[in-house]
Write a protein that binds this ligand. Structure first.
Ligand SMILES: [Zn+2]
Length: 223
């Protein structure tokens, strides 16, 4: 059981922010809490908009994860199934969503971060982690690849101009970190925003999902 929990915590969980996952004990307890995730945020308008966004994301990324809210300033994804009939699960922190929504065009940042988490599920499904995880166990390349795919999603999202990628790029810049020695390092602010912008460009050039997956892998490997 201890072993399973260790594997669950270190290999199959990705968080959006590195701050929590730097503290493995906290990350483990967060996962246990997440089993009691909830399906309504308490704000019906937010739920409606968020569900519509998630439907667009899973359509573009061609995945079928379950979704749950949690009461944390972070979000996570896992290949574990918590909702029957789905593949993988994404947990969104309501405090994180509400914080982002307080800023101008916050919905774009929320959309991009939701796409980042969903991109991790796609990575699990097509076995990207084995290709991008370094021998030291660092998740940085996986995180930047998820940022790349989040940018790709924003580029595929209907009705948005280039201001949308600028908004996502600045949100990711803010969430970058400089914890180079930590295996949970998610990428510097500049690298996170640049990865999303590159993914956006693939979409703008008419690239398909597979093009974005491969271009993203090539991009992060060359960093
Ligand atoms: Zn992530």
């Amino acid at each position: 059981m201890t072993c399973n929990r260790r594997v669950f915590g270190t290999l199959l969980i990705s968080s959006f922010l590195s701050a929590v996952s730097n503290q493995s004990a906290t990350a483990f307890s967060a996962r246990d809490d997440a089993r009691q995730g909830f399906s309504r945020s308490g704000d019906d308008a937010l739920d409606q908009a968020f569900i519509a966004e998630l439907k667009r994301i899973v359509s573009v990324l061609n995945i079928n994860p379950g979704f749950q809210y949690i009461d944390e300033m972070n979000s996570y994804s896992t290949i574990e199934v918590y909702i029957p009939g789905t593949k993988g699960t994404v947990f969104f922190g309501v405090p994180l969503i509400k914080m982002l929504m307080m800023e101008p065009d916050g919905g774009i940042a929320v959309a991009g971060i939701a796409a980042h988490e969903c991109a991790h599920v796609l990575q699990y499904v097509i076995d990207i982690p084995s290709k991008l995880r370094t021998t030291s166990g660092s998740v940085t390349l996986l995180e930047l690849h998820a940022d790349f795919l989040a940018g790709y999603y924003i580029g595929r999202r209907n009705g948005d101009g280039s201001s949308s990628i600028i908004r996502l790029s600045s949100a990711l810049y803010k969430f970058g970190d400089y914890d180079f020695k930590s295996p949970a390092h998610h990428g510097t602010p500049a690298k996170r925003s640049a990865a999303a912008e590159k993914g956006y460009a693939v979409a703008q050039n008419g690239g398909k999902l597979q093009d974005a997956i491969e271009a993203g892998m090539k991009y992060v490997k060359e960093l």
